[in-house]
Design a protein around this ligand. Structure first.
Ligand code: 0O2
Length: 204
């Protein structure tokens, strides 16, 4: 298996999708509208994580393209929960890729407390051999959900997925607090956005 050759179109996919999603953010900025996007990140899954996931799921290396959905991963982080659904609508309306699956872990969070909206797409990427359609996963979440998820991810890494009971309890409490923070911020969203508009005008 030549990983450089295998991953090259995924790197291309992540780079292109990053530009496209960041482009959406810029357009909101130019039009001086509240941007539902705080920031966009993207990564190609590290080789060790791909192998680990394939092993865990009993996926043959030859089937990875069809079965591992997040080798190309994009993350859109939004200020408010409402923004997530605005982004989902904008993504659904696009013509440059096809949506394969949507997973709403906000409506129904995962057992761990994880909340996020996932969209799996089939993205046509141009290669020197022609068009290749690759799976990519776009995760859309609020700043609070992101804060929780990156910390939980680090802890899971530290404890190799076997979190001590006390840490699990604290994470569940933190997930609850992040949920409440999102709720409270949503209630004063209009006020925050008005304040930001005044701030923007002052800076222009
Ligand atoms: P990494 O290191 O982020 O690449 P599965 O992981 O098998 O349960 P599945 O079916 O592959 O899930 O897809 P799903 O549910 O859409 O989850 C894929 C990705 O979502 C994960 O990738 C994580 O990035 C994120 N995610 C899902 N559940 C959790 C969670 O409980 N906590 C955190 N922090 N992130 C989560 P990977 O490959 O697991 O990890």
């Amino acid at each position: 298996m030549n990983w450089d050759i295998f991953l090259a179109p995924y790197t291309q996919t992540v780079d292109e999708l990053k530009i496209k999603l960041k482009g959406m953010r810029k357009q909101f900025d130019y039009e001086s509208r509240h941007s539902p996007i705080e920031f966009v990140t993207g990564r190609v899954k590290p080789i060790t994580s791909i192998i680990e996931k394939a092993k865990r799921r009993g996926i043959a290396l030859s089937n990875m393209e069809e079965e591992v959905q997040d080798i190309a991963g994009l993350r859109v982080v939004c200020p408010f929960v409402e923004d997530i659904y605005e982004i989902v609508e904008l993504i659904r309306a696009r013509k440059d890729f096809e949506i394969i699956e949507e997973k709403d872990y906000i409506e129904k969070n995962k057992e761990s407390g994880y909340r996020s909206y996932h969209i799996v797409i089939l993205y046509p990427v141009e290669t020197i051999y022609g068009v290749k359609k690759l799976l990519a996963e776009i995760q859309i979440r609020t700043l609070a959900m992101n804060f929780w998820a990156i910390n939980e991810h680090s802890l899971n890494y530290k404890y190799a997925g076997q979190l001590p009971e006390e840490v699990q309890t604290r994470l569940r409490n933190a997930a609850e607090a992040a949920f409440r923070l999102d709720e409270e911020m949503s209630k004063i969203r209009q006020e925050i956005q008005d304040a930001q508009k005044i701030f923007r005008r002052k800076n222009d």
